[in-house]
Ligand binder design. Structure first.
Ligand code: KG4
Ligand code: ZN
Length: 346
């Protein structure tokens, strides 16, 4: 039985995962205090995590019908993320572990997202991963747990951050991704041509800051900022992002097919994967390349403790040991988790 905490950004979440990998209880509290600031305020987030955890930890045990003495290991996200939140979550989880004489596992948030698809579906390794969150836009070849190969990353903004900033320019509330998705349904995606930075480059890297600037200039120039203009900006922007994601992922698929052990699945995970238009577009890409598309259910796309507990369970079962002395890290790439011997094989 694993007790997991997630506090790396503005969701405070707790979960209990059974030895078979079933989610026995799961609570996600989306902090709403940040909406009016148009983005996450780290200090407010840390303080809110403390308040919320006090309420939801007992609720999590109650929901699972369990005493804390039945828990075999405690874990929390230890990075990457906002350091204040990481410190709150890891200090609470470590304290629970010490008080109950059980191990504490520091879990990498990106590994949580990467493996989140496996909670409800059996997805075999290796797979190609497109990780699209508020902090990251990356493509990985996931050979197995502890063996991640970074193929491409954003050189500036992440895709989620770009959605949030464009939404802010249009006067929408934070987080902007779901707002833009809603408005895009009513807009014309072909109405405005936006640039697709790095699309012609022969690598798997992304860049979104030029696109963001192009949207800003378009909004500044437009005299008649009515609803239909906003809808068209949302639809055209979202469509441009999708075309960039599809192109770079397709290039990575072709590269992996030629250079690495065969993959059967493309996994698209992270908060932005909740976008239905992105989901639809990747279905056709996967068909074209005879791959299965695996995306987490909507409630497991955004930040949540179940994916952290799941990643912990996999590590626990593989014999990895806990580490009560682990210091949370605001920056902590997936490749830093690699067991060198495994990685050298690919
Ligand atoms: O994975 P996540 O919850 O947090 C990080 O690890 O960063 O991702 C949050 C990001 C936010 O930028 C949010 O706007 C975006 O995911 N997002 C979406 C949608 N739902 C959430 N972006 C586009 N379309 C959506 N439906
Ligand atoms: Zn996340």
């Amino acid at each position: 039985m694993i007790f997991a905490l997630e506090t790396s950004c503005d969701e405070t979440s707790t979960s209990i995962i059974s030895p078979e990998g079933k989610i026995l209880s799961h609570i996600i509290v989306k902090q709403s205090d940040h909406e009016k600031f148009g983005g996450v305020v780290p200090e407010i987030a840390s303080r809110s995590h403390i308040q919320i955890l006090q309420k939801i930890i007992p609720q999590t045990l109650f929901e699972a019908g369990m005493e804390i003495s039945s828990i075999n290991a405690f874990c929390s996200t230890c990075g990457p993320g906002l350091i204040g939140g990481l410190l709150v979550g890891s200090t609470v989880a470590k304290t629970m572990a010490i008080a109950n004489n059980k191990p504490f596992y520091p879990i990498n948030h990106l590994e949580g997202h990467a493996l989140s698809v496996q909670i409800n579906k059996k997805i075999d390794f290796p797979f190609l991963l497109l990780l699209i969150t508020g902090g990251h836009t990356q493509i990985y070849y996931v050979h197995k747990i502890g063996s991640y190969k970074l193929l491409g990353t954003t050189i500036d903004d992440s895709v989620g951050e770009t959605f949030d900033k464009v939404a802010k320019m249009l006067g929408m509330k934070y987080p902007g991704g779901p707002e833009i998705e809603k408005r895009a349904i009513q807009g014309n995606e072909k109405k405005i041509q936006f640039p697709k930075p790095l699309i012609k480059n022969n690598d798997f890297n992304f860049s979104f800051s030029g696109l963001k600037t192009a949207v800003r200039l378009k909004i500044i120039k437009e005299k008649n900022k009515n609803n239909s203009f906003t809808n068209d900006v949302c639809a055209s922007f979202q469509n441009t992002v999708i075309e960039i994601l599809l192109r770079k992922t397709e290039m990575a698929i072709e590269y992996v097919n030629e250079n690495f052990p065969k993959i059967n699945n493309l996994v698209v995970a992270g908060g932005v994967a909740a976008n239905m238009q992105i989901n639809k577009s990747f279905i056709s890409l996967c068909k074209k390349h005879s791959l299965k598309l695996a995306m987490p259910p909507k409630e497991l796309c955004g930040d949540n403790a179940a994916m952290i507990g799941w990643a912990c369970l996999q590590r626990f079962n593989l014999g990895y040991k806990g580490d009560i002395n682990f210091k949370p890290r605001p920056r902590w790439g997936l490749e830093e988790l690699n067991d060198e011997i495994l990685v050298n094989k690919i």
